[in-house]
Design a protein around this ligand. Sequence first.
Ligand SMILES: Cc1cc2nc3c(=O)[nH]c(=O)nc-3n(C[C@H](O)[C@H](O)[C@H](O)COP(=O)(O)O)c2cc1C
Length: 407
Amino acid sequence: MKRLEGVSIALGVGGGIAAYKAVELLRRLVDEGAHVTPVLTKNALNFVGLTTFRALGSSEPVVSLFEDSSPIPHTKLGQGVDLVVVAPATADILSKFATGACDDALSTILVSTDAKVVLAAAMHKEMWSHPAVMENIETIRRRGFTVVDPEHGRLAGGDVGFGRLAATEVILDAVVGQMATRDLAGYHVVVTVGGTREAIDPVRYIGNRSSGRQGLAIVSELLDRGAHVTAISTIDPALSSSYLEVVRVESAIEMESATRSACKDANALIMCAAVADYRVESPLVNKFKRGSGNLPEIKLVENPDILANVVADSKMYSQNFITIGFAAETENVEANGRAKIVKKGCDILVVNDVSREETRFGSADNEVIILSADGSLKYIPLAPKREVAAGVVDALVERLLSIEFEQ
Ligand SMILES: Cc1cc2nc3c(=O)[nH]c(=O)nc-3n(C[C@H](O)[C@H](O)[C@H](O)COP(=O)(O)O)c2cc1C
């Protein structure tokens, strides 16, 4: 699936040490189906060669306002693109964009466009923490443009700190996110994320291998598609959006209570968390110490089935409330999934085979079968979790649309 099919993009490249990484981004944008026109600053040409951008881009790169065959290249390009992404965005480019300065092709295009703008900042750690740079970024964000923060890591000259250009995948996701259809604007979706922890004593717990990555990918996908999201999570999602509310929980009992309460004014629940089936009946109040006498015996009791319980009382929340469950299977994946969707009574069940190396808990990729209560089935072959998330959210949107159509 090409995520940027038909999208026209200007790729701005600033004069920073990370300019060479723009080549990889260019390639990935084109692979995703975008038509990309590179726009390099004169200073960028000290770091990278025009020939590479000419060979990989979809159009002739732009460097100057005055040497292009078009009489007014900035407005032509500014009006013709859907998105401008600048990577690396130097401190200088951020400063110009914050103040509206236009002294070269890139800065002038940035001010001559009403397309979406994504700036991936990269600079030395001292520059990144300078109040002038911070204030420029604040101004840019306040105006509704996207700044992708740099990462911590090795910088030019052997220094280490915050300032390294974000990974190509992160910048690509930000671009795709800006272009995604906002087909869930106005909808509220509750997502459970991570694996629960069941206390044994104040320091020990029974856990599972869930990393929460698939759940976080779903949260990001929902946000990009305009949904209001409540994440009931056992991990810190490290995502910030005014459309996201995070409720931190630890145990299955806490997750159940938070989920049921959040679902009251929601349109859908995506139950992606790995919830422990059992908990310790009576967790110890104090830490169990070695040599404290007899070895402790842990008695387990069954945890509530959150999905089944939400399905059971979903009529109280909203007539059209949609429930999506996840099932991790290690054998007879489809057959077990079909039995489970009937047992749980949910609208959609996403089944994955966690016995395989590539799709184990914590892996970057996943391969799933999306089963619907009407018996239909969609298979998503091995793909990054964000792509699987897009498939799950597509299934949700289809179900929402079919309910609205039936009414
Ligand atoms: C070796 C070297 C590396 C540089 N790396 C960066 C950088 O990563 N980020 C940055 O903001 N400036 C960096 N600079 C400074 C910029 O090149 C300088 O501010 C320039 O005016 C930016 O031009 P532009 O924004 O028009 O491309 C670097 C300079 C040199 C000499």
